[in-house]
Design a binder for this molecule. Structure first.
Ligand code: GLC
Length: 639
């Protein structure tokens, strides 16, 4: 539809005010990413007009002119080292600004703490101006150009990004692009009858089409927001609302929505954001007769956005928040003609779910099977590995996977919900059921890592506490050693428990995910020695982080392989790096287990050395290595 020569001419016209050297660079980048951009824009066909294209180029030039000098320098650094985010030195942390440090300025005072932890990537939960009252934790944005007033200003955000960058920490922020708050000015204008903005949303005059869609659509919040459409009086129609009724899905088939987001993406990049988390990206494109997730157009739109970002801000990378099955997930990291062209990072939801599942079952067979069959990702990309985040845990256990290891999927999912809600007899966990859905039998779980892993239920029982601490360490060991950027959910490092007062805050009633979004308790960190349990957890995590940073085999370009199961409670993983393999063995049970040392030898490690304990592994007279409860070894070839 457009050719590079014509578009290149726009660039020269628009860019006449740019320094000639910079215009040259921009032109080179434009040429480099033109194929991605034009391929991506094909989803719009003839709806993407000359006018759109010239406005797009104008926007590119405007933001390129505004890009601050130090960020242009960062761009050069990133271009020279495009695999920066794959390094084993990367460690992430995710938190709400207010719950961690009060304000953006307050957060400046906590950078030392993050640095001491070894953090190089900081995801700040939604902080742009949300609607008032319930805003789904900030995921209902009212104004993308402002920071939530009680947290600070855009200038504070810029200052923070700069301070973080100077300390080697990349700022990560959400880009909520599937929906906006119904109070956003686009929605308000649509409600006032403005046709241009009505077309920003998916509005239907009656139930005919919505009912057709509903036949194949799942419900995200069946409890507090059943259905996927909401009737709005002012619109006199049904508007698409996948999440809450106040979060209006955008019509991404409209090129105006694309242009509006180009502006937002580039503005955030110019404030110093280095990673954009593409929230709920799977839902962007709707197609009747499907679940309206993971449609191919989603990847094309991501590709076009990414190409634009690469032209203006090559330092910026994209992270997919797609909580979908592994076979769909892999496409977010680029497959086929999209390899290397969409997101660089994606949450490894399956790993998270399987970790909780293996520990509850004291059995790794299902986890090993499910993880073992995940297709390998593009070598230029990386997983985000995590144990907990701000969301609930949905039991994404595939029926066929379960059947392959002799389990019934439904029964296992039920077991996990019962176990982690604490209803299962003998369970050590203390969690809450989130969004029970009687139709599907789904019962997701809320709860902090420490409470789900048994710290709260252990009470003062030393032995139970010891076990719970080891369980957390073993779980986090998998997060740290699986490969990718491990992200610590705020408070996990000191074992913060469930917040029993979660429902008392305005707008939080009814959404029990707030149970695991407590305020940071700085006393636990500061009063060294007073809170022994918390200190022990912190020490264990810091140790894992320290060792991780020195292990080249943890570079994210290397894939993790699952080895054959010898003992059902020991998960055997290997990362075959060309400089030497790393074998990761984890006992997911509180039992004493044994593993044949010959298996380690067979994987090319003849002098097994555990990097975590700095000791050589020894076998007993029968040739077995002993595992105490929750023992985990990171095994390398010794000298
Ligand atoms: C993502 C967020 C979740 C939010 C949803 C809607 O899944 O992680 O917290 O409710 O998107 O924005």
């Amino acid at each position: 539809m457009f050719d590079l020569t014509t578009v290149g001419k726009y660039l020269v016209q628009e860019g006449s005010s740019l320094q000639s050297q910079y215009l040259d660079l921009l032109t080179l980048r434009f040429e480099r990413w033109w194929e991605d951009l034009s391929e991506g824009l094909e989803v719009y066909g003839s709806r993407f007009t000359e006018d759109h294209m010239s406005r797009l180029v104008r926007m590119i030039v405007k933001h390129a002119c505004e890009r601050p000098e130090d960020l242009r320098r960062l761009d050069e650094v990133r271009v020279l080292r495009p695999n920066w985010f794959q390094s084993q030195k990367m460690v992430g942390y995710a938190t709400y600004v207010d719950r961690f440090a009060g304000t953006l300025k307050g957060l400046q005072q906590r950078i030392d703490y993050l640095e001491e932890l070894g953090v190089t990537y900081l995801h700040l939960m939604p902080l742009l101006q949300p609607r008032s009252g319930d805003s789904d934790g900030g995921y209902a944005v009212q104004d993308y150009s402002k920071v939530r007033a009680d947290l600070g200003t855009m200038e504070d955000l810029e200052d923070l990004a700069t301070s973080l960058r100077r300390r080697g920490i990349s700022l990560v922020m959400d880009l909520v692009l599937n929906h906006v708050a119904m109070e956003h000015q686009w929605a308000q204008k649509a409600r006032e009858g403005d046709e241009f903005y009505r077309d920003f949303f998916l509005v239907f005059p009656d139930r005919e089409i919505p009912d057709q869609y509903e036949r194949t659509l799942p419900e995200v919040f069946p409890d507090f927001a059943p259905g996927n459409f909401t009737f709005d009086e002012a619109l006199d129609g049904w508007v698409w609302t996948t999440f809450n009724s106040f979060q209006w899905d955008l019509n991404w088939a409209n090129p105006e929505v694309f242009l509006a987001f180009v502006d937002i993406v580039l503005s955030l990049a110019n404030r110093g954001v280095e990673v954009l988390r593409l929230d709920a990206i799977a839902f962007l494109w709707k197609r009747i007769g499907t679940d309206c997730q993971n449609q191919p157009e989603v990847h094309e739109i991501t590709k076009a956005l990414r190409a634009v970002a690469r032209i203006v801000a090559p330092g910026l990378i994209f992270k997919a928040e797609a909580i979908v099955g592994p076979s769909d997930l892999i496409a977010y990291l680029g497959v086929g003609h999209n390899r290397g062209k969409v997101c660089d990072l994606a949450y490894h939801n399956s790993l998270m779910v399987q970790i909780w599942s293996m520990f509850a079952a004291r059995d790794v067979r299902l986890g090993a099977f499910a993880l073992g069959k995940i297709p390998s990702k593009a070598p230029t990309s990386a997983w985000i590995t995590y144990l907990r985040c701000h969301d609930d845990i949905g039991w994404a256990i595939d029926d066929l996977d379960a059947a392959s290891v002799g389990l019934d999927g439904y029964a296992h999912r039920k077991f996990l919900s019962d176990f982690y809600s604490g209803e299962f007899i003998g369970s050590y966990a203390e969690g809450l059921v989130f969004q029970a859905n009687p139709l599907t039998g789904d019962r997701r779980i809320s709860g902090s890592a420490a409470s789900l892993a048994g710290i709260s239920r252990a009470g003062d029982d030393r032995q139970l506490l010891d076990l719970a601490i080891c369980r957390i360490a073993a779980s986090y060991s998998l997060v740290m050693a699986f490969g990718g950027i491990p992200v610590i959910w705020m408070g996990d490092e000191v074992g913060l428990l469930n917040d029993d007062h979660w429902s008392e805050e305005e707008g939080h009633q009814g959404d029990n995910r707030w149970v695991h979004r407590p305020k940071m308790d700085w006393n636990l960190v500061d009063d060294k020695g007073v809170h022994e349990v918390n200190q022990r957890i912190l020490n264990k995590l810091m140790h894992l982080i320290g060792v991780r940073k020195g292990l080249m085999a943890l570079d994210a370009a290397v894939e993790t392989e699952v080895l054959d199961i010898i003992d059902p409670s020991i998960l055997p993983l290997i990362r075959r790096h060309h400089e030497g393999s790393l074998m990761i063995l984890t006992n997911v049970s509180e039992g004493v287990r044994y593993y044949p040392i010959s298996e380690i030898f067979n994987n090319g490690i003849s002098r097994p050395y555990d990097a975590l304990s700095s000791q050589y592994l020894k076998a007993d007279q029968n040739g077995y290595v002993k595992f105490e409860p929750y023992d985990h070894y990171w095994i390398l070839q010794g000298e």
